[in-house]
Design a protein around this ligand. Structure first.
Ligand SMILES: NC(=O)c1ccc[n+]([C@@H]2O[C@H](COP(=O)([O-])OP(=O)(O)OC[C@H]3O[C@@H](n4cnc5c(N)ncnc54)[C@H](O)[C@@H]3O)[C@@H](O)[C@H]2O)c1
Length: 289
């Protein structure tokens, strides 16, 4: 894609996306959507052990952010890949530094990564403190640090900016066995609202899409354990979860990663310049507040 072919408003923009390496993940869908708009990309993810990868990714030899980088470069944008464990503040600082050193600026930040689900999915009386702490660290503290560092950079640049925090329907309504995840996703709404007010004078907007169930290839230790206990394959058990979501959703399906990417693309566009501090549902009519 020639620089001149890029969509108005997105030309020469650079976006940093965390958790971008999933083969069917929301981060990859956002990266592809941005690439089609001509946005250059810094894609980040943690180095996963084989046992933490989704079976499909192991089967197909998926290489995480390196595979996504090949896809977006084929669409004509520049792409930097940075391995970063969001549990380590020094690695987060290095991620921002590397992105700025490579591209010279950051215009869009998407806090998309989250702690791998599973160990948290227990009643609160059984929730280990270290699991609670891990979820806080990856899902809330890391977005805070990234918001702080990237916003400092955006203010220095003087061209405004866009920050997107990927929430969840649990940002609006926590679930049973979901104290850690729900607390972090509701905390993300508070972070969004506070940052939106602090950063408004600099033309930086901060918003929080809140998807219901998404048809991703997320790995959940809980789902894997349930599948084993029921003598089902991981895919078979996952299909039962998807069916429950479909049955409960007025629009008759769960979200595809692209449904979330479409809202994100709107929120980072010039058309959304007067929208900030909002937490928008992408849930097929499942929740209304
Ligand atoms: N999948 C769903 O049903 C669903 C529903 C509502 C909201 N969401 C939200 O959408 C976003 C993306 O969801 P998904 O299902 O594509 O994601 P996912 O569960 O596949 O995880 C996203 C990424 O986070 C990365 N990650 C995990 N630990 C990390 C660490 N320590 N450091 C850096 N990265 C780390 C993973 O490697 C992965 O690529 C998340 O914020 C999630 O909470 C997902």
């Amino acid at each position: 894609m020639d620089q001149n072919d890029r969509a108005p408003g997105q030309r020469d923009k650079v976006a940093l996306i965390t958790g971008a390496g999933g083969m069917k993940g929301v981060g990859r869908a956002i990266a592809l959507k941005f690439a089609r708009l001509g946005v250059d990309l810094a894609l980040s993810d943690v180095q996963l052990n084989a046992e933490d990868k989704h079976p499909n990714q192991v089967r197909t030899g998926w290489r995480g952010i390196e595979s996504v980088a090949e896809e977006v470069r084929a669409l004509g944008v520049r792409c930097l890949t940075v391995t970063c464990d969001l549990g380590d503040s020094q690695q987060i600082h290095a991620l921002v530094k590397q992105t700025v050193a490579h591209f010279g600026h950051i215009d869009i930040l998407v806090n998309n990564a989250r702690a791998i689900m599973g160990a948290d999915k227990v009643p609160i009386t059984e929730l280990p403190e270290e699991v609670w702490q891990h979820f806080l660290t990856i899902n809330l503290t890391a977005p805070f640090i990234l918001t702080k560092l990237v916003a400092q950079e955006m203010i220095r640049q003087g061209n405004g900016g866009r920050i997107i925090n990927i929430g969840s329907d649990t940002s609006k309504r926590a679930t049973r066995m979901g104290a850690a995840y729900g607390s972090t996703k509701q905390g993300l709404v508070a972070l969004t609202q506070a940052a939106a007010q602090d950063l408004a004078p600099f033309g930086i907007t901060v918003n929080c899409p809140c998807p219901g169930s998404i048809n991703t290839d997320r790995l959940s230790y809980w789902e894997r354990a349930q599948a084993e206990a029921k003598d089902m394959s991981y895919e078979e058990f996952r299909a039962t979860i998807v069916k429950e979501g479909v049955d409960a959703t007025p629009l008759g399906r769960i979200a595809e990663p692209e449904d979330v990417a479409n809202l994100v693309a709107f929120l980072v566009s010039d058309d959304a310049s007067f929208i900030t501090g909002q937490a928008y549902n992408v849930n097929g009519g499942l929740l209304f507040h």
